[in-house]
Design a protein around this ligand. Sequence first.
Ligand code: KIV
Length: 279
Amino acid sequence: MKTISDFLQMKKNGEKIVMLTAYDYPSARLAEEAGIDIVLVGDSLGMVVLGYDSTVPVTMADMIHHSRAARRGAKGTFMLTDMPYLTFQISPAQAMENAARLVQEGGCEGVKIEGGEEIAPQVRALVKAGIPVCAHIGLTPQSATALSGYKVQGRTAEAATKLLHDAVALEEAGAFMIVLECIPAQVAELISTRLSIPTIGIGGGAACDGQVLVFHDTLGLFERFVPKFVKQFETLGVKARDALSVYADEVRSGTFPDAAHSFSMNEEQLQKIYGDVQG
Ligand code: KIV
């Protein structure tokens, strides 16, 4: 399993860090087998797995349940779990209590939390207690309503300066990594150059120290909407639907199951049953 010092070294060496979300045993296992550096049990599971319209309804129980499943699938990969909405914003003590549960019950190596300088006290408290923290700024989906929707952030000089200021404050508070979501590539590059900790982009351009995508987006399994920053490396949704309709057709037409997918018994035993039944 790669460690925090490996990630810092990767940044120094200019080696890109690959993060992918996973939410259960099969997705985490596939991520690990594909050589992903960091598995993120993101609260995006609210949308892509649980069918909510946003990440806001996701609970601690959801995150613990899914982290435990992902852990079983990726035992040898550094795993981060998202702290859900309103489980850390209220106070450093609240953040401590919930982060400890994610690590102890969910089995993750560290947590990710959304927010800028205002959550630096929470980051400081977690790091002091030995819980590694990945920060997340830019488009922070838990506050999408306050940001007036899922929009690119940091497009003005003032907004970009605020992002840089937030990133520096979070690094100073002890975050070991920071996700930059949906910000202009030039701003992400500036932040990546200024910080010593690795930046992980999602809609943050190529200059970030690594990239993260949502499992279902990467494979074309989430079709409700496809953000501009998503590249679908496969169209498994289409393929899965086609395969399932072939299955339905074959059951209805009686072509499945055929002999190759059925069991049989030897003739002697069969005759015995007929004899027993008739006699
Ligand atoms: O919840 C999530 O999956 C995330 C990533 C998209 C960064 O926060």
